[in-house]
Write a protein that binds this ligand. Structure first.
Ligand code: SF4
Length: 89
């Protein structure tokens, strides 16, 4: 069962180090400014479960999402549960 309902990247924190992308390339990519964004057109503020489905990111387990967030050296990836509680960091 998926516990992570929402993912958000803070582009002000992101330094484009990119381990999140190598960990979860289905979810993250770098934009033209070398900031990590979610792979959803026009939305880089967050992604909910419906959007995860759109992304086929339900194929991306919470473990991988957590590993991607943990791989970020500046902790720019925020994970939230269904009650909008921050799970990480
Ligand atoms: S790991 Fe962190 S700093 Fe690196 S691209 Fe991803 S969000 Fe940005």
């Amino acid at each position: 069962m998926n516990k992570i309902l929402k993912i958000r990247v803070d582009s002000n924190l992101c330094i484009g180090a990119a381990p999140c992308i190598s960990t979860a390339p289905e979810v993250f990519k770098l934009d033209e400014e070398n900031k990590a964004v979610m792979k959803i057109k026009g939305r880089d503020k967050g992604v909910n479960r419906a959007e995860r489905k759109e992304l086929a990111a339900d194929a991306v387990s919470d473990d991988i999402l957590t590993a991607a967030a943990q791989s970020c050296p500046v902790k720019a990836i925020f994970l939230y549960d269904e009650n909008e509680n921050q799970i990480y960091p």
